[in-house]
Ligand binder design. Sequence first.
Ligand code: CU
Length: 315
Amino acid sequence: MQRREFLKSSLAGSAAFALSGLTVLNSKRAHAATSNIELSAEGTYKTMVDGTSVYVWQFNDANGSGPGALTSGIVVNEGDVVNVTVTNNLDRAINFVIPGVMANTPSVSPGSSQTYSFTAPAAGSYFYTDGVNGEIGKAMGLSGPLVVMPADGSDRLYTGGPAFNRQYTLVLNELDDRLNAAVAAGGTYNMDDYEPNYYFANGLSYPDTAGDGDTLVSMNVGENVAIRFINTGCITYPQHFHGYHVNVISRNRVLETRVIEKDTTQVERDMCTDVILPVAQAGAYPLHTHYVPGVTANGVYVYPYGGALIVMVAA
Ligand SMILES: [Cu+2]
């Protein structure tokens, strides 16, 4: 697929995910107690921001998509019944797991389908991935965000928790193109050798992060903005804010006992960190990992293209 096509298709879907956090979800909240989701696990070539084509795996939802360039993402309400049918179009067995919620689920062999059902757990941020292939599934991109909203329909990070005026889901991951090449050839990779060279926020690298409605963090002065960092990658992301301080509310749904203002928060592997950003001033500021290679593309620094650099703008 050509770069522009890829962006076009991903942007079309991404708006739906953004809206589902706010507008669309409200109607869903009133009616849908059951969500039936169909995901196909597939391999595809993804064009990096520097033009390099890399074979990746993804969960593709034909009826929707995730934020940014992500081809799937699930937004449900606490207590909903969720049936996820996974069709495996990859060359090896996988399964569908949600760290902290569902592990050791039955695997699905190539060419087969399997339905994974669960009741949406407590409101908060989660992700789903493959649990069969060790870290290879995550390293190949086989993951997606799961956002659970409070059952009462409120725009809060959890029932009775802090309210927000708007929310952003920022999925952080990366790839090591040598691993992808090995998997594309039908093999595997020793994670001890993992040294990523491309980095993403919602599947995009800068400057595409700044041109995407789900990934450009747009705010108004005086608002409280919820940001859900979901680390589906295989490294840690020390997320550093310019221009603002944030309050870390929870890490993997465990409430922070003492909320203090921070300008950097470490998002560990397999971690979902929810923060509230009080928008204290107008302007445009970067939000980026303090792991320096994370703002590069194959070792090339931000300008003219880069890694998981996110832009925040406030009016
Ligand atoms: Cu900085």
